[in-house]
Design a protein around this ligand. Structure first.
Ligand code: VTB
Ligand code: MG
Ligand code: MG
Length: 329
């Protein structure tokens, strides 16, 4: 299939279609907001995203999904989705129906629904294992941070490029026992920490706008699927990121093998995770620093979304008032 045809498909799939999918998914997730039931929220959101994607006039294949075929009912890796298109061009699809299920279950900030549609073969296929990540915003010399460098080396490099002291930098890290040493290293280097409970796609995105978010760098180990989705966002927003897969056990290693990953210690640059044009859509489930969450009145539902395109770097913030909430039923 020629790239031109794929680009044309991407254009169409992209218009407002993908944001409709994340809006409907966020509304479905929000029905489980603050109910302490992550599994039901995830199930409702995945089923809705699956249903809405199946209605789109495109041929998609899920490359970053909810898990392996057989382990999850819908949106598994390799699943074909979409109504089909006249050209027959196929696009890569990467999903996280709820990024931050725990945030949704506890009604905490920054839960969102995320969807990426990309030219075929342009997204790194990753299984549901972990990834070590480093990310900084746009405007710095290429390659100044790396997952192979120490936290202190990364912080010194960024401080120098920014013309500030390490003490002036804030690093976002997932608050997990596995990050004990990382957290100590960041503190002893002198930087401040923003510890988050969940949601490292938002964590990575936050580095692109330190003026708004106060975050200069993202470090640590989070989900590998979230790594590729975050890389897709950074490709649209600018910024640098590196990732390295982390397999904690035999099952993770088996999944990696299934996904075709032979070298688990490989360092992935942004362009290794995302190599073609793509569109990224995210809709807030709970209020966050980038988007408001789903809000309801007696007669309407309001959603806020961010839709971006890699090739043009267009960013659209879309606030939608759904005057007929029954359409989501
Ligand atoms: C990670 C992170 C996500 O869940 O996947 C995390 O990338 C799970 O890590 O953003 P743990 O196994 O340590 O809980 C999120 O925080 C939310 O999906
Ligand atoms: Mg999820
Ligand atoms: Mg997630």
């Amino acid at each position: 299939m020629s790239k031109a045809v794929e680009k044309a498909e991407l254009d169409r799939a992209l218009a407002l279609d993908i944001v409709r999918v994340t809006e409907a998914t966020a509304v479905a997730a929000a029905q489980w907001l603050g109910r302490g039931d992550e599994a039901s929220a995830d199930e409702a959101a995945a089923a809705t995203m699956h249903r809405e994607l199946a209605r789109l006039p495109f041929n998609g294949v899920v490359v970053v999904g909810e898990g392996e075929e057989g382990d999850c009912p819908v949106l598994y890796m390799g699943e074909r989705i979409g109504e089909g298109s006249p050209s027959g061009a196929t696009l890569d699809v990467a999903v996280d129906p709820i990024e931050g299920s725990t945030l949704c279950a506890k009604a905490l900030p920054n839960a969102m629904s995320v969807l990426v549609v990309a030219e075929r073969g342009s997204l790194l296929k990753v299984p549901p294992i972990y990834m070590e990540k480093v990310a900084i915003g746009p405007g710095y010399p290429e390659g100044i941070v790396s997952v192979t460098a120490t936290p202190s080396e990364n912080l010194n490099a960024l401080a120098e490029a920014k013309g500030v002291r390490v003490q002036d930098l804030t690093v976002c890290v997932l608050d997990r026992p596995r990050h004990g040493t990382l957290i100590e290293d960041i503190r002893s280097a002198g930087a401040a920490l923003r510890l988050i409970g969940d949601g490292d796609i938002a964590g990575v995105i936050h580095v692109t706008d330190p003026l708004q978010t106060g975050i200069d760098m993202y470090l640590g180990i989070g989900g590998a699927p979230e790594g590729v989705l975050a890389a897709a966002a950074l490709t649209c927003l600018g910024g640098q990121m590196e990732g390295r897969l982390v397999a904690l056990n035999k099952e993770h290693r088996a999944w990696a093998k299934l996904a075709g990953i032979t070298n688990l210690s490989k360092t992935y640059a942004l362009k290794d995770m995302v190599s073609g044009d793509l569109s990224f859509a995210a809709t807030g489930i709970t209020d966050g620093s980038m988007m408001a969450g789903v809000h309801r009145s007696r007669t309407a539902i309001a959603t806020e979304s961010l839709v971006m395109r890699a090739s043009t770097r267009t960013r659209r913030w879309i606030r939608t008032e759904h005057a007929d909430p029954k359409k989501f039923a």
